[in-house]
Write a protein that binds this ligand. Sequence first.
Ligand code: SF4
Length: 355
Amino acid sequence: MQNDLVTMNDDKMRRDLKGLTPKGIDRFCTEAMGQKPGQGTRVAVRLFRKKVEDFDLMTDLNRPFREQLKRHALISRLMIDQRSASGDGTEKLLYRLDDGNTIEGVLIPGPGGRLTLCVSTQVGCASGCAFCRTGESGLTRNLSAAEIVNQVFAAQKVAASLITNIVLMGTGEPLSNYEAVKTFVQAATDRHGMGFSNRKVTISTCGLAPMIEKMADDTEMDASLAVSLNATTDAVRDQIMPVNKTYPIARLIQALHHYGRKTNKTVTIEYVLFRGVNDSDEDAVRLMELLKGLPCMINVLMFNSFPGAPFERPDEERVYAFRNMLLKHGFVAVVRNSRGKDINAACGQLRAAVT
Ligand code: SF4
């Protein structure tokens, strides 16, 4: 069973605390164990903040409470099956789930001690973006909130330093798995949770317009937003990103304005350049027209080609010419180089956005 509150263990009907928010843990301890409000919050802090994954090691809780926790709750874990390091410092992680499926994550070091973890939200993906290998095999299933949380725990154990940023840009479309992602965001950003700033947790979507509006209206879903745009006409975007046939560019931009108005936040626009497809001066002009009045910053990304890819990478001169046109007209635009090319980092076009 997977929902926004709990992951159940069918055998023992114990609740996986990693599938709950800190508030959810407190509520659970009150309702299921008769504890006073606030006792469960202490458990949440030990778990999420101190990363204590064994009730017996939560020694500042009294023994009867620890015994109760062992009877009613569990703390799941996620195994890392493989690690592959790239020459540019990124490291790809392959996690094995309980049902045998695997998902990927990437640790991406940045300047100033930054370490970004790219997190997956689904096994496979239904969105079918033409530039993404993940989309080729379709969607297998959503991840539970605990499976998303556990990626952070598992990655932190092998990371060389503290993970400072999280991007939901791995396998899957986060907004298609809204409730689990919301629970994860709350566990990550709550002061009794992992303690990340909301600005340091970024949800990246291929452009599910109604879900962007839902996120904007949801005061309990407070994270940064990145949108993969990648084209300036519906004809081209239909080819690159099938989601555009359901939510065309104008509908997407409308949703982004709603998001900007409701949250007062700046949206990150991801624009991957494909040679001869979406990288012309005319595209740059249309892009500026589309984004006029929207509080945003633009990441201009170079396509990271793979064998059999239907697109080619533009040369750097074109990339910078494109970026410079945006800058000249007052847009905030940055060229990002893809990382992890030599380890075939999954869904890697977007991951460049975080370095
Ligand atoms: S780019 Fe992201 S949304 Fe598109 S198919 Fe790949 S995983 Fe899915």
